[in-house]
Write a protein that binds this ligand. Structure first.
Ligand code: HEC
Length: 499
């Protein structure tokens, strides 16, 4: 229960902007000053990135910095371009929200239009203290890239995978990963994948220089990720992610050249749980990962191309967090839960999706979804030449695919089951959805049959080495005994539930 206090403080801050250190500027007639009104807003919401060595291109740490860019700051706050925070307010309550209140935006506007007075410098608040070391204290394991990767000054964004052997000789449970890029100005986001198949190492050997290109690598697990502005934190409620012995960590890093050549040599801190968690973290995607089945195929010039999917939650769960994933021309993402009693609740709404700001959003409180709840997701794509993020001019037909100029899209949720006995069944139903229509109605059963057909040695069970690479993560999730084999007994139990 150690998270109780910070959560309460966060709730209070949400309820009352004044408590978050941003006094609302007086009436239209009293002057708005930097010292009293604007500095608290900027120091609280901008300075964490707008300071030397961080991702933003210039500092916002004193009156001179802010005045110099006053007009621009008014614009980017009014348009909600800054601070970067994609979820619209009122559609799910999230921790660490960077969203400025309407009052704060209004205060900045009045300050800029009123001539950007400094006011009494003695009234300027102190800058917040930024911890320079590990935010979460000393990690249990520190790993570093074995060579620096050169990021050129200019050119397109770069996606690169780096393999970091962890050398663990026993299975671990991970509560948090903290990333420390050496070249913060160019590192936009990092996804943490796991691989214990050796495939990532082979891809690395084949590609000259540190790491390898592309999105086609099939991970055998993952440990979440980080994006610019993200706060390192432990998973809530004693949750942890499995980290099998012998696995390599594979970083998938998105670089955004900054105008200055940089060398990146990422360091990561990994925090272990003392004991296996009592509840299992389960990830699911709506629409499911195998997007080709969902037939994203967007004609050139189409400005409103919707993709919708619904998932009926098969068992009682609690939703922990949500993140969106799509490429350049997705424009909106909407998620909603409709409960069996007909009530409904927004889960996420991103009105202006931006591929450069992928984030994960942790709900302020877990959201209980009873079995039978329908999770509806709608994604809208804009493949017209009016979309400034369209990678093609003139627009071209864009279909589902792994390259960043192809498209895909889902909302990705993390949840815990209310009843631990439901874990394997939940994963099978969720992963079995694409296996429904082309092989009959029962997706869970069809997927189970597919896995069973991979039993090459005919012993009735399917091992991690027998199953196709894209099913290893699922096999691990279904394998309740955690012995690396989906045994005949485990298969029979799932079969009984599917029939
Ligand atoms: C999570 C990190 C982060 C936070 C917080 C943040 N910024 Fe930024 N800001 C950036 C980055 C990175 C860029 C450069 C990339 C870009 O323009 O998208 C940027 C760019 C800008 C720009 C230039 C925009 C342009 O088009 O050239 C302005 C102005 C700005 N930020 C103001 C602010 C203000 C004001 C705040 C607080 C209310 C703020 N930022 C909070 C990361 C941040």
């Amino acid at each position: 229960m150690t998270h109780r206090l910070p959560r309460l403080v966060a709730l209070l801050a949400l309820a009352s902007p004044a408590l978050a250190g941003s006094p609302v500027a007086g009436s239209e007639t009293t002057p708005v000053t930097f010292a009293e009104h604007v500095a608290p807003i900027v120091f609280q919401n901008c300075a964490s990135c707008h300071r030397p060595g961080e991702a933003a291109p210039f500092p916002l740490l004193d009156y001179g910095d802010v005045k110099k860019r006053g007009r621009m700051i008014q614009l980017v706050t009014q348009t909600r371009y800054m601070p970067p925070w994609q979820p619209e307010p009122g559609f799910g309550e999230f921790r660490d929200s960077h969203y400025l209140t309407t009052d704060e935006v209004e205060t900045i506007r009045r300050w800029v239009e009123g001539g950007m007075e400094e006011g009494d410098p003695a009234k300027t608040p102190e800058l917040p203290e930024f911890t320079s070391g590990w935010q979460l204290g000393d990690p249990d394991l520190v790993v570093k890239m074995d060579a620096a990767y050169s990021v050129p000054a200019d050119g397109p964004d770069i996606y690169r995978n780096f393999v970091l052997p962890l050398g663990l000789d026993e299975d671990k449970w991970v509560t948090a990963v903290e990333v420390r890029p050496s070249a913060r100005p160019v590192v936009h986001h990092v996804l943490y994948f796991l691989d214990d198949s050796g495939r990532a190492r082979k891809l690395d050997e084949r590609d000259a220089g540190p790491g390898f290109d592309g999105f086609v690598f099939q991970a055998t697990g993952n440990l979440g990720g980080w994006a610019v502005g993200g706060t390192a934190r432990h998973l809530p409620d004693g949750l942890a992610m499995p980290l099998p012995k012998g696995a390599d960590l594979v970083l998938q890093t998105h670089f955004h050249p900054s105008g200055k050549a940089e060398r990146e040599e990422t360091t990561l801190g990994i925090y272990f749980a003392d004991a296996p968690p009592e509840r299992t973290l389960m990830e699911f995607q709506v629409p499911p990962e195998y997007g080709s089945y969902w037939g994203i195929d967007i004609p050139a010039g189409e400005a409103h191309y919707p993709v919708t999917d619904s998932f009926e939650i098969p068992v009682d769960i609690q939703l922990i967090n949500v993140g969106g994933h799509a490429h350049y021309i997705c424009s909106k993402m909407i998620g909603r839960a409709t409960y069996p009693d007909g009530r409904s609740e927004p889960l996420l709404y991103i009105d202006d999706w931006d591929f450069n700001w992928q984030g994960w959003y942790e709900y302020e409180e877990p959201i209980f979804l009873p079995a039978g709840t329908i999770v509806d997701v709608e994604l809208i794509y804009d493949n017209s030449d009016m979309n400034p993020r369209n990678p093609f001019s003139p627009p071209r037909r864009i279909a589902w695919g792994l390259e960043s100029t192809d498209e895909m899209g889902s909302l990705i949720f993390d949840a815990v089951p209310v009843n631990e006995d439901d874990v394997a069944w939940f994963h099978l139903v969720s992963a079995g959805r694409p296996f429904r229509s082309y092989e009959g109605d029962n997706g869970a059963l069809n997927l189970l049959r597919r896995i069973q057909s991979m039993d090459r040695d005919g012993d009735g069970g399917v091992s991690r080495t027998e199953v196709a690479p894209y099913l290893v993560q699922l096999l691990d999730a279904l394998d309740r005994e955690k012995d690396g084999i989906l045994s005949a007994v485990e298969i029979a139990a799932l079969e009984a539930r599917a029939n």
